[in-house]
Design a binder for this molecule. Structure first.
Ligand SMILES: *Cc1c(COP(=O)(O)O)cnc(C)c1O
Length: 387
């Protein structure tokens, strides 16, 4: 007997392929970095989130090798059973101090952290307000919380205010990417916080792309704007600029104490290997001392934007290492990406549903590990495509 559900999957996969929407993985060999071996090809890569070039930094590797003989690899249990290692604990305290908030909790990923915060602080009687271009994990978090889920057009704070005004929810939360991951623009956090104060809402700031990059010493987007409020729940992922893995949530002590009681993605999962916390503690030091890396990044961003403009590409409104070039259609975007690949330069084509329909784009992401010559090579390859 044929199994109809399986046959349907085959048809749907074929459909994705026809629309140029089939996602595929490439095999990375060796370490992540700006020069990678991918599917056996040596490529100049503009597609990691390793903004400071820390993922393969010897300081992080050294921290792991020093910690390994003492701690072993696996945490062996969840944090609330026996998996909460002194190394996790020390990282949480150092992270909280670094971002200027009273307490912090370490999660295994940003996805888990976002689910935790929204589900623990907003329930069935609540409402979550979200920018349409927020990361998928924030959307999933709102859906899982069973709260009313109200989305507003990208950066349309007048629309956000109308939604807040009309809300009769018991608990309200505005959840927002601080730096939008496919566009690179910054949320207007000062105005959003003012709205949260006016309408008595929590503010969840997802700083996946700002932590380590923005603010004095890379303390993140709150530091960049000079913002503080007991309403803020700050989430930074640790697999991007920090170069490791995981995520940390920092907030008032009561919020962290509540997450410890209620956050299902914290309670019902194995703690991350403590050696990763050893790496994270080393990473915090490198981030704090990383002004040269951040200066290098700023110079590369300026060089790239100037070069793109000179060649007539649409340049996005982004001052961050995320520099999208919006092409529009899937096939055209894939064609540019394939042409660059043939020239040894890796820039991913990002397609729906990750971005809106007709919003397919090249997503160039820069790292402090790039050189000016690398950006020149990218621009030459883009120029060759245009010619
Ligand atoms: C990457 C990302 C996440 C998820 O973080 P992980 O640690 O990779 O799970 C959450 N939010 C945003 C905006 C991201 O870019």
């Amino acid at each position: 007997m044929s199994f109809a559900a399986l046959a349907r999957l085959r048809t749907q996969l074929d459909g994705l392929a026809e629309q140029d929407l089939l996602r595929q993985r490439r095999l990375l060999d060796g370490a992540q970095g700006v020069r990678v071996s991918l599917d056996g090809l040596a490529l100049l890569s503009f597609c990691s989130n390793d903004y400071l070039g820390l993922a393969r930094h010897p300081g992080l590797a050294a921290a792991v090798s020093q910690a390994l003989p003492q701690m072993g690899v696996g945490a062996g249990a969840s944090h609330l059973v026996t998996g909460h290692h002194a190394e996790h604990h020390a990282f949480e305290q150092e992270f909280a101090r670094f971002v200027g908030l009273p307490a912090a909790l370490l999660f295994t990923s940003g996805y888990m952290a976002n689910l935790a915060v929204v589900m623990a602080l907003v329930g069935r009687s609540g409402e979550v307000f979200a920018d349409r271009l927020n990361h998928a994990s924030l959307n999933d978090a709102a859906i899982l919380s069973r709260a009313k889920f109200s989305r507003y057009a990208h950066q349309d704070l007048a629309a956000l205010e109308r939604l807040l005004q009309n809300s009769r929810a018991a608990e309200k939360m505005v959840a927002v990417d601080a730096v939008f991951s496919m566009d690179g623009d910054l949320a207007d956090l000062p105005r959003i916080l003012a709205l949260c104060e006016a309408y008595d809402a929590w503010l969840l700031v997802d700083d996946a792309h700002g932590f380590g990059v923005l603010g004095s010493q890379g303390r993140g987007t709150l530091a960049h704007f000079g913002l503080a409020s007991p309403r803020i729940v700050y989430m930074a992922t640790l697999g991007k600029a920090a170069g490791v893995s995981g995520a940390a949530v920092a907030a008032q002590s009561e919020v962290i104490a509540w997450l410890l009681q209620k956050a299902r993605t914290y309670i019902y999962t194995t703690a991350s290997p403590p050696i990763l916390s050893a790496a994270l503690r080393a990473s915090l030091g490198l981030i704090a001392a990383g002004d040269e890396r951040r200066d290098q990044l700023r110079a590369l961003i300026a060089q790239l934007r100037q070069g793109l403009q000179a060649q007539g590409w649409p340049v996005a409104d982004s001052a961050t290492p995320i520099q999208p070039v919006i092409i529009g259609e899937n096939a055209a975007t894939l064609a540019v990406s394939a042409n660059l690949l043939a020239q040894g330069v890796l820039v991913p084509a990002i397609r729906p549903p990750t971005v809106p329909r007709h919003g397919a784009r090249l997503r160039i992401s820069l790292s402090a590990a790039h050189t000016a010559a690398d950006v020149t090579q990218l621009l030459a390859a883009l120029g060759a495509h245009r010619a």
